[in-house]
Design a protein around this ligand. Structure first.
Ligand SMILES: Nc1nc2c(ncn2[C@@H]2O[C@H](COP(=O)(O)OP(=O)(O)O)[C@@H](O)[C@H]2O)c(=O)[nH]1
Ligand SMILES: [Mg+2]
Length: 245
């Protein structure tokens, strides 16, 4: 009975956009725990090494838009690289994770970013995440240094703790917001194959029932140039604990 109810909910779920994200970075940085916090709202105890790639999803709301995120959690170990890289294709967003208590996981970021940019969507939005912010005493990578690297490489940056749940929603929402802004500005077309984002059934239903419709400042049928910012009243980055550029 419980399964039946779950299926019914899934069938009724509607969304405006579907976005593909990859979660990448060295093994042990907390990628699987970060995803688990985001999708289950709890810390994943006894997290095992990810074998190849694992899939999960969550629908979020940004302003009036519902966005279904397809989340591909990849193994960080070298032996899985060729498998995991094949999942990069067509990703709209990449959550690039390092461990603030492990300098090596930060030093290897260049390689991860190069791979992602080479293989994913050409409009790929990257959010750098310094995880394990709860272990301040063991910190090996300063916030300022990571922030500089992020600015030099044109990626967003923030710190999180998958253990306490601090800031874990921010990277996913920040990424979705950037992708939406790219759509709004016309630089990303969801109808184009490989863009990593597509219109959801909610959008299609609205298109069918109206010749001209609009999602806030995003309009369909006829693409108009953006004149106003998306209204993102449900997400306010830069709360007391969020460090984000
Ligand atoms: N203190 C602390 N430990 C964490 C955090 N996130 C993950 N861990 C631990 O780090 C280890 C690796 O986590 P996991 O999610 O499997 O890393 P992955 O290989 O990147 O997927 C596990 O022992 C987790 O319990 C965090 O935010 N804080
Ligand atoms: Mg993992």
């Amino acid at each position: 009975m419980a399964d039946y109810d779950a299926d019914a909910t899934e069938l009724l779920e509607t969304y405006d956009f579907l976005m593909k994200y990859i979660i990448i970075g060295e093994a042990g940085t907390g990628k699987s725990c970060l995803l688990h916090q985001f999708t289950h709202n709890s810390f994943k105890d006894h997290s095992q090494h990810t074998i190849g790639v694992e899939f999960s999803s969550r629908t979020v709301k940004l302003g009036e838009k519902r966005i279904k995120l397809q989340l591909w959690d990849t193994a960080g170990q070298e032996r899985f690289r060729s498998v995991t890289r094949s999942y990069y294709r067509g990703a709209a967003g990449a959550i690039l994770v390092y461990d603030i208590t492990n300098r090596q996981s930060f030093q290897n970021l260049d390689r991860w970013l190069t791979d992602a940019r080479a293989l994913a969507s050409s409009n790929l939005v990257v959010v750098l995440v310094g995880n394990k912010s709860d272990r301040e005493d063991e910190r090996e990578v300063e916030w300022a240094e990571a922030s500089r690297w992020a600015a030099e490489n044109n990626v967003h940056f923030l710190e999180t703790s998958s253990l306490t749940g601090d800031n874990v929603e921010a990277p996913f929402l920040l990424c979705a917001r950037s992708v939406l802004l790219s759509i709004e500005s016309g630089s990303l077309d969801p109808d184009k194959a490989g863009s990593g984002v597509s219109y959801g059934d909610r959008a299609l239903r609205r298109v069918n029932s109206s010749s001209r419709l609009s999602f806030g400042s995003l309009s369909y049928g006829r693409r108009k140039k953006a004149t106003s910012k998306l209204r993102l009243k449900d997400y306010v980055p830069g709360t007391s604990n969020s460090k984000c550029c």
